[in-house]
Structures are given as C-alpha cells and as structure tokens.
Design a protein around this ligand. Structure first.
Ligand SMILES: *C/C=C(C)/C=C/C=C(C)/C=C/C1=C(C)CCCC1(C)C
Length: 245
C-alpha cells in the first residue's frame, strides 16, 4: 500500500505510529546523553555498566531515527531495522547481567549462554514475523523463540545469574531482582504483541491490525531500554553513596 505525502505528513494529528517512533527517538537520545555524561560521575567499578546503558539507548536512538523515516516514507513497519536494533541491544543487556555479577565470580561462559539464547530468540522471532508470517508458521516460530526467552528468564530468576547476584552484596542482589522483573514483565510485552499482531500468533486470531504492533514494540522499548538503564544507574549511585559515607 502506497500512502500519499498528505496522508503521512501530519504526524501529530492522527499518525500515532509515526508519533511513537518520533518520541521514542527523542527519549532514547536524551537517555543516551544522560548516561554518557553520568559515566564520569560514577564510581570506577560501575563505569562500564553505565556506559553500556548509554550504548543500548544510543543504538536504539539511531535505529529509531531510521525507523521513523522508513515508516513515514513507506507507511510500513520497519521490521528489519527493528530486529537489527534488538540483535544489538538485547545481547548488550545480557552483558549488563554479566557485568553486575562478574565480581561475584560470573564466568564468560555465562555471558555466552545469555547471548546465544537471546540471539536464538530474536532470529526465530524474526523468521516468524517477517519471513513466514503465515497462520501455519508464525505460532511455531514464536513458540520456539519463547523457549529461549524462558531460558533467559530462568537463568536470571533462579539459575546462575540469580545465584551469583545473591552473593554479590545487597545492592547487586536488589538491582538483579528489579532487572529480573523487567525481563519477566517488561520483555513479555514483545511476545504478547507478537501473539496479538501476527497471523497465526494466537492460533489464527489476530487482535492487533496494521501498524499497531509497532506502537506496542515502541512502548516496550522505552520501558525496557531506558528503565533497565536507570536500574543500572541507580545501582552505580548506591555504591557511590556507600563509599562516601
Ligand atoms: C530493547 C529490546 C528488547 C528488550 C527486546 C526484547 C525482545 C523480546 C523479548 C522478544 C521476544 C519474542 C518472543 C519471546 C516470541 C515471539 C517473538 C519475539 C521476538 C517478539
């Protein structure tokens, strides 16, 4: 479907999809500037973590800039850019879990497990959403993707990450609990959107039509990238006050 310029230009009027891309881009940019500047205001041992928070929102800001353009120019979902963004930022979120548990003995193998599971989750999700988005196929790919998702949830709630975080001091344990909720509830926004928005996602029932899936994903990204980064930032700040007092 080709939209005319007049149909796509009035972002603020009625094009809610374009509007959420626009506001998402601004929010990611602002968050990146904040995290980058705060690195120098952070205790040394937490600097890399806060820097990674900034990289996550920065990578997203650049993708949102392109996705906003793509969506305005074509009137379509920028699914490809979306998944490239996730393929870079979700593994970086795994890096955050590794960094906060490293002092308690996290091995590099744990990082690879988390990264491998997240890449598997995203590649199979992409196949179901963009390559075979059919009634017969998308629920299978979504289901397989979900297995990897639950493996990540398991590692963070009960597995290696949880055990290491529990032994890494009260601040890290608390931050890990909050991040674990992000992964269980915040990340669940995506599969719920997928189920509602792809043909065959919910055994053939499609609730979200057209571009509404983008709005769901955009809200999810704002919560999960900026909120997640702020939890890391708060952790870095508690350690600082502990040192000062
Ligand atoms: C910043 C981006 C984030 C945190 C993206 C997370 C994406 C997911 C957790 C996606 C999960 C999916 C499933 C569990 C099944 C259906 C397909 C996906 C890819 C939407």
């Amino acid at each position: 479907m080709k939209l005319t310029l007049l149909e796509i230009l009035p972002i603020a009027n009625n094009n809610y999809v374009a509007f959420t891309f626009f506001i998402g881009c601004m929010a990611m940019m602002a968050a990146s500037v904040f995290f980058f500047f705060e690195v120098s205001n952070t205790a040394k041992k937490w600097r890399t973590s806060v820097l990674v928070s900034g990289l996550i929102t920065f990578i997203a800001a650049v993708h949102y800039y392109y996705m906003r353009d793509y969506n305005l120019a074509t009137g379509q979902s920028p699914t490809f850019f979306r998944y490239v963004d996730w393929l870079l930022t979700v593994p970086l979120m795994c890096v955050e879990f590794y960094l906060i548990t490293k002092k308690a003995g996290a091995k590099i193998g744990l990082l690879w497990k988390l990264i491998a599971a997240s890449v598997f989750m995203l590649v199979t999700g992409y196949i179901g959403e963009a390559i075979y988005p059919t009634e017969k196929q998308s629920w299978i790919w979504g289901f397989v993707s979900g297995l990897a998702y639950f493996y990540i949830v398991y590692l963070i709630w009960f597995g290696e990450v949880a055990k290491l975080a529990a032994g890494a001091g009260a601040a890290v344990a608390k931050a890990n609990k909050t991040l674990a909720w992000f992964v269980l509830v915040g990340w669940a926004i995506y599969p719920i959107g997928y189920i509602a928005g792809t043909e065959g996602g919910l055994f053939g029932m499609r609730v979200l039509e057209g571009l509404s899936l983008d709005i769901v994903y955009n809200i999810g990204d704002a919560i999960n990238k900026i909120g997640f980064g702020l939890v890391i930032y708060a952790l870095a700040q508690t350690e600082k006050t502990e040192l000062a007092s």
